[in-house]
Design a protein around this ligand. Structure first.
Ligand code: HEC
Ligand code: HEC
Ligand code: HEC
Ligand code: HEC
Ligand code: HEC
Ligand code: HEC
Ligand code: HEC
Length: 609
């Protein structure tokens, strides 16, 4: 082996040389911008640096929902933050959900009791951050040793009630829904995400909490130093108003365009985006084709606005800031005239075709918005347009609270990049990679050729290679799939999503020992997921390592006592270890959690004895 090593190294080096020689590194077509602060390397200085010179804007912006989009739990009012006595907020699905404050820290807790009232499940997590201004809802972020998860508890402001978080009614994720960096990209100012992990952050996870000035104006270092740049030096702060329409809208698009899939471009971090640049060079947002979103209740503000005649026929003049002042919401009493004035900037001459007298009879305020942009009476589900942004001639108010989570496509292959019309042919070709990843997420076979091409074009594109591995697995080509995933792990041995994919594939190929290896590695990256421990337990059981399996089951159940797979494996293993009483006790506990397919479980248990 020692003799062979230099030889293989030489061959590898030789291959590397021919490879790089034959394929010169492909340079991205970077957009050039006159804004000096859009270039990499210019530092963010934080809102406090802007306040002295822009006091009025800073004061009003703090009142805007975006200026309150995230706070530390300490800054929340007492009824939200909790107080010293534990308080049960609500019960759902047989669980009791409570908030408690101890030693100046806030905890959310989920408790389950059996028929005799004994506690059979009790999990708590420390709340560190609140997401949301409370216009619709407040979400709470649980911090487990630097790993952020969403709390199952949400405050719905319009109905003034506590309840399960959106989507948990259908599938309760307990304390285990990870908060990935893209969630905080839209909801917080700056973050300290650990690359390669799904939801691990360095302290402090969130810097500056709420969305700050520089997210729309770009880094402020140069401008704060030299507010009025010397002539010929080029502008050093972005005013979105002065950007061409596509780039102007991109400033809002970075957070307000939520498609079926938002896919980060190869080699990019979303936080690399700077106002003044096109956002589609950083993220592809895949949406249903425009003509089909008429019947799509989930279409969001951008998709809807693009379909309006106001947008189509005003040649770029209409953008989000035609109607919205990002620093200040109009006061309730001024809302009507505020928006009417916005309409009349374009409709002063070519106005409403319905005569004023008739309009006033129907709507005593002649409220343009009430007739052309009505809103749902109740909608406290985030991410769905409440106000119709298609601006139709005749509008019915939307139903409200109808939508499922936006990232659910039923007709998977029918997706297009939102910005395809703005792209040149190379960029469109490049977007096929993003489509491939989106289709791969949905398990569509169409993903495969797209991903294969993406990996051939850019062998360092780890995300595409990982998706290709999973797609191969889905097509029944597990060996090749695993090889693709291994290639990723050679470059990034701790990449969490790849380790999970590899564990799945190895399991499917019946290779328990190999799967065990991947599971152990992913648990080393994130020890806080019961599904990772349960996956390990299952493979340890299959490989006959019963004592260790029992240990992993217990670890999984301590994180999530409702994990059915961990509980059934613990039962099976207890029998193998000669502890039938314990197996029976665990089975009784399992039934107390109302698991699906109770009859099937009864039969399964009988067969174990
Ligand atoms: C030392 C005072 C000072 C500080 C600090 C400062 N500004 Fe300014 N800012 C100015 C002045 C003065 C102007 C007007 C410049 C001009 O008209 O040439 C201005 C203009 C602007 C404009 C409009 C530019 C345009 O082209 O229309 C924006 C946007 C802006 N500032 C944002 C910020 C942000 C964001 C910060 C914090 C990172 C900040 N400013 C910090 C003094 C300051
Ligand atoms: C960094 C992400 C981000 C950017 C950039 C951004 N927004 Fe927002 N915006 C949000 C979030 C998050 C909310 C919801 C805040 C909340 O209620 O917690 C929001 C809320 C709003 C609201 C709703 C206020 C209400 O009535 O509830 C408006 C209007 C809005 N943004 C307009 C804009 C415009 C216009 C731009 C571009 C100039 C823009 N936003 C850029 C993230 C962003
Ligand atoms: C692509 C950007 C984006 C992502 C990703 C995103 N959000 Fe949002 N979210 C928004 C915007 C914009 C709004 C406000 C407008 C709306 O509801 O359409 C919002 C609204 C909300 C609200 C309601 C706030 C209020 O007070 O009205 C909550 C709560 C929320 N999001 C939580 C989350 C959580 C938790 C995640 C991640 C697991 C997440 N969002 C992911 C952009 C995003
Ligand atoms: C959500 C995006 C967004 C955020 C956050 C934001 N701005 Fe702006 N800002 C804009 C847009 C868009 C304009 C152009 C508005 C217009 O002309 O209608 C603007 C304009 C300005 C101007 C130009 C002068 C004026 O009165 O229009 C200044 C100065 C400014 N912003 C400062 C700030 C400061 C300071 C903060 C933070 C306290 C901030 N902005 C936060 C989007 C934003
Ligand atoms: C930036 C300019 C602009 C703004 C602002 C604007 N519109 Fe329009 N709108 C247009 C143009 C251009 C058309 C095309 C027909 C025309 O010229 O009247 C149009 C068409 C319409 C139509 C006809 C829609 C159809 O399907 O036939 C309605 C209704 C309408 N606008 C209402 C409004 C309302 C209400 C507002 C304010 C909330 C508004 N518009 C703001 C430019 C604008
Ligand atoms: C023609 C005017 C107009 C334009 C253009 C416009 N909006 Fe709105 N938007 C409104 C009105 C009116 C409301 C309702 C405000 C209210 O009732 O408080 C609204 C509400 C919102 C809300 C609050 C949630 C909701 O659905 O009620 C968000 C977020 C929002 N707009 C984002 C955007 C974004 C992003 C863009 C650009 C793609 C945009 N808007 C363009 C008029 C407009
Ligand atoms: C009482 C409801 C109502 C109010 C209030 C109202 N509209 Fe209309 N508007 C309509 C209806 C209905 C039509 C379509 C009439 C038709 O199809 O002939 C219309 C048509 C329009 C059109 C299309 C005109 C064309 O020539 O095609 C525009 C633009 C428009 N409205 C703008 C406005 C503006 C701006 C305001 C506020 C100043 C406003 N509307 C207030 C109900 C209303």
């Amino acid at each position: 082996l020692l003799v062979l090593l230099p030889l293989t190294a030489l061959i590898a080096a030789g291959l590397w040389v021919t490879w790089t020689w034959r394929k010169p590194p492909r340079r991205r077509s970077e957009t050039v911008t006159p804004y000096r602060n859009a270039r990499p390397g210019v530092a963010y200085v934080g809102d406090a640096a802007c306040t002295p010179c822009h006091a009025e804007i800073a004061a009003t912006y703090r009142q805007h929902p975006m200026g309150r989009s995230a706070i530390a739990i300490e800054a929340a009012p007492a009824d939200i933050r909790g107080d010293e006595s534990a308080r049960t907020l609500f019960t759902a699905q047989g669980y009791e959900y409570a908030v408690e404050r101890r030693d100046g820290r806030t905890f959310h807790r989920e408790t389950r009791r059996d028929e005799q009232g004994r506690t059979i499940g009790d999990v708590e997590g420390e709340v560190r951050y609140v997401i949301g201004s409370g216009t619709r809802a407040l979400a709470f972020l649980i911090d487990r040793d630097g790993y952020l998860f969403e709390s199952p508890i949400t405050w719905y402001s319009q109905q003034k009630r506590w309840d399960l978080s959106p989507g948990y009614e259908q599938m309760n994720a307990h304390f285990e829904r990870p908060i990935p960096s893209d969630c905080l990209f839209c909801h917080a100012n700056q973050i300290n995400h650990v690359a390669g992990t799904v939801n691990r952050y360095r302290e402090p996870a969130i810097r500056g909490h709420a969305i700050g000035c520089e997210r729309c104006h770009g880094p402020g270092e140069l401008h704060a130093r030299e507010p009025t740049p010397s002539p010929g030096n080029g502008p050093n702060i972005v005013n979105p108003r002065n950007l061409e329409p596509k780039l102007r809208d991109a400033v809002c698009q970075q957070c307000h365009l939520i498609g079926q899939n938002n896919i980060t471009k190869a080699g990019r971090n979303l936080f690399d985006y700077r106002p003044g640049l096109p956002f589609y060079e950083f993220e592809d947002v895949l949406v249903r084709p425009a003509d089909s979103s008429h019947d799509n209740p989930n279409a969001n503000h951008f998709e809807q606005l693009r379909e309006s005649r106001c947008f189509k026929e005003s040649r770029g003049a209409l953008g989000c800031i035609s109607c919205h002042d990002p620093h200040e919401l109009p006061a309730p009493a001024e809302k009507l005239s505020y928006y009417r004035d916005r309409c009349l900037t374009c409709h002063e001459k070519r106005g409403c075709s319905v005569p004023v007298a008739i309009r006033l009879a129907q709507n005593p305020d002649d409220n343009c918005v009430a007739c052309h942009m009505p809103r749902a009476a109740l909608s406290d589900i985030p991410h769905v347009a409440t106000t119709i942004h298609r601006i139709p001639r005749n509008a019915k108010p939307p139903k409200g609270n109808v939508a499922a989570h936006p990232a659910q496509a039923t007709d998977a292959p029918n997706l297009v990049p939102f910005d395809q019309d703005a792209m040149d042919s190379a960029q469109r070709e490049n977007a096929q990679r993003d489509l491939g990843i989106a289709l791969g997420v949905q398990g569509a076979a169409q993903a495969f050729p797209l991903l294969e091409r993406a990996v051939a074009n850019d062998p360092d594109d780890l995300q595409a290679r990982e998706s290709l591995g999973s797609a191969l697995g889905a097509l029944g080509r597990g060996e090749e799939g695993l090889a693709a995933l291994e290639a990723v792990l050679r470059k990034a041995p701790e990449r969490e999503s790849t380790l999970v994919a590899a564990a799945f594939l190895a399991t499917r190929l019946g290779r328990s020992e190999q799967a065990i290896g991947y599971c152990r590695r992913v648990i080393a990256v994130d020890p806080w997921r019961s599904d990772y421990h349960a996956m390990l337990a299952h493979q340890l059981t299959a490989a006959g390592h019963f004592a260790e399996a029992a240990e992993s089951c217990r670890r999984a159940l301590s994180l999530n006592p409702a994990n059915v797979s961990a509980r059934t494996d613990l039962i099976a293993v207890s029998f193998r270890l000669g502890a039938p009483q314990q197996a029976r006790a665990e089975f009784e506990t399992l039934l107390q959690f109302d698991p699906p397919d109770r009859d099937g479980l009864m039969r399964w248990f009988a067969s174990q004895r």
